[in-house]
Write a protein that binds this ligand. Structure first.
Ligand SMILES: CC(C)(COP(=O)(O)OP(=O)(O)OC[C@H]1O[C@@H](n2cnc3c(N)ncnc32)[C@H](O)[C@@H]1OP(=O)(O)O)[C@@H](O)C(=O)NCCC(=O)NCCS
Length: 152
């Protein structure tokens, strides 16, 4: 399969309406907060940057990236990541995560990336393992924490 061209665009007044209408499969809604909630959160926690994910100029997903390293572990967190249900299972998750990792790598002083998810979220686990994340063995708020060390 030809890898899609993925672009991250900051969520702004022009695209937030589309972003909050992105859909998940019904059994996935328990795994992630609604995009509307994440966008609201980014307004009161301005270190959290909301990005719409585009493939070939069409919005296919959403992510929230912490632009500041966690003072505790100096990791950059990816608090949210989702691909619209219509686009799932076609390699967009992998391609998007690759772009997100490159984006974080380009941030100054980035040393590692952390992501947490519900232990029952098999798709997320498989995807993150494929991308090179490793299980830290740590659990926070009932979620497992995976980490990727950054090599520059
Ligand atoms: C997790 C998620 C982002 C994957 O997106 P996607 O576009 O379907 O992923 P891809 O098509 O690139 O698949 C990547 C890998 O994920 C795994 N995967 C995807 N769908 C899967 C499924 N239904 N069951 C098990 N594994 C699955 C596979 O390992 C797959 O690799 P493969 O194609 O080589 O087999 C998507 O399912 C999603 O948005 N889920 C709801 C939100 C969520 O749970 N986010 C993560 C927690 S914050």
């Amino acid at each position: 399969m030809i890898e899609p061209t993925i672009e991250l665009k900051v969520v702004d007044r022009n695209n937030w309406g589309t972003c909050i209408r992105l859909k998940l499969k019904e059994d996935q809604t328990k795994f992630i907060a609604p995009n509307l909630y994440s966008i609201a959160q980014s307004k009161v926690e301005p270190n959290l940057l909301p990005y719409a994910i585009y493939a070939n100029n069409e919005m296919i997903g959403f992510t929230l990236i912490d632009s500041e390293p966690d003072p505790k572990d100096l990791c950059h967190w990816i608090p949210r990541f989702m691909i619209d249900a219509c686009f799932q299972g076609q390699g967009y998750g992998k391609a998007s995560m690759k772009t997100i990792i490159e984006h974080i790598k380009s941030m100054p002083n980035s040393t590692a990336i952390r992501i947490s998810f519900d232990p029952d979220n098999d798709s997320a686990r498989a995807l993150y393992l494929k991308m090179g994340f490793m299980d830290t063995g740590e659990i926070e708020d009932d979620e497992v924490i995976f980490e990727m060390r950054i090599v520059k």
